[in-house]
Design a protein around this ligand. Structure first.
Ligand code: CP
Length: 296
């Protein structure tokens, strides 16, 4: 793997190899086992032009666990604030000695452009409403740990589909892994057309799915929260009670309690939200190892 801009660049065998490496690394982290120093002496630069907690910290820890140096670029305290262009900033970070770039930006396409300017491997850590490929990967790892085989698993992704880069990657990754995916939301947040099934009624399918994946309303990209949305698509304790036996709840975070997820629902035994976060580190280790040529 030379770069990771879109999950669409990965076929079934690529996904399986990354998931398998992440599962092995998760076991080693849990057991405090030997972690391969696959990035010893390399430098990973985190270039986050948009806020992040989970992705940024887990890439940072993932790179450090593998022996890399990590340098962090903060747009607010960097020369970006003096007018330096994105291209010049990227070339500067490359000239400093970065070997791999992890890029988040509000504009779709920026991680790809950074890769083209610098010639370096880039991980897309979220670009606009386009994609967030490592989120879809860590979600697949979480599902594999919980359910084993994903073939035939019924999953509904619920909410602000059109503004969500998480949905943008799940739509491509999950069917490749055999998941039966449905997009659920109000008409204005569903795409005009999709390769997967769509529904405007959560209540019609809530008792039929194995995985209910809730999306945050992307207010920074034009999503507007109103009471109708909360009433029709918010998953409160009453809706959780209608989920099937063994069904689980997922959310990429950050969560908005009282909007897409009820106040207490994140603490439900059905919620895998913390597991998703935990799997972020080994998953990003697997991606960095693949980019460094250490695996897959
Ligand atoms: N899921 C996710 O991307 O979270 P952060 O914005 O905190 O990185």
């Amino acid at each position: 793997m030379k770069t990771l801009i879109s999950i669409r660049s990965l076929g079934r065998s690529d996904l399986d190899a990354l998931i398998s490496d992440a599962l092995e690394l998760r076991n080693r982290l849990d057991d405090r086992g030997v972690i391969p120093r696959s990035l010893e002496g390399r430098c990973v630069a985190a270039m986050f032009f948009e806020p992040s907690t989970r992705t940024r910290l887990s890439f940072d820890l993932a790179a450090q666990r593998l022996g890399a140096h990590v340098i962090t670029f903060d747009p607010e305290t960097s020369s970006t604030s003096k007018g330096e262009s994105l291209r010049d900033t990227s070339l500067t970070v490359a000239a400093i000695g970065a070997d791999i770039l992890v890029v988040r930006h509000s504009q779709a396409g920026v991680p790809q452009a950074v890769g083209e300017w610098t010639g370096l491997p880039v991980v897309n850590a979220g670009d606009g409403a386009h994609e967030h490929p490592t989120q879809a990967l860590l979600d697949a790892v979480t599902l594999r740990r919980h359910f084993g085989d994903l073939a035939g698993l019924r999953m509904a992704v619920v909410g602000d589909i059109t503004h969500s880069r998480v949905a943008g990657s799940l739509i491509h990754a999950m069917p490749v892994l055999g998941v039966d995916l449905t997009l659920v939301g109000p008409a204005q947040w569903l795409p005009d057309e999709s390769t997967v099934r769509m529904s405007q009624s959560l209540d019609e399918l809530i008792n039929e799915v194995d995985v209910l994946y809730l999306l945050r309303v992307q207010t920074e990209r034009g999503g507007v929260i109103d009471q109708d949305y909360i009433d029709e698509f918010g998953v409160d304790a009453a809706r959780v009670a209608r989920m099937g036996a063994g069904a689980v709840l997922m959310h990429a975070g950050p969560i908005n309690r009282g909007v897409e997820i009820g106040e207490e629902v994140a603490e439900s035994p059905r919620a895998l939200i913390n597991e998703q976060v935990r799997n972020g580190v080994p998953t990003r280790m697997a991606v960095l190892r693949a980019l460094a040529g250490a695996s897959t």
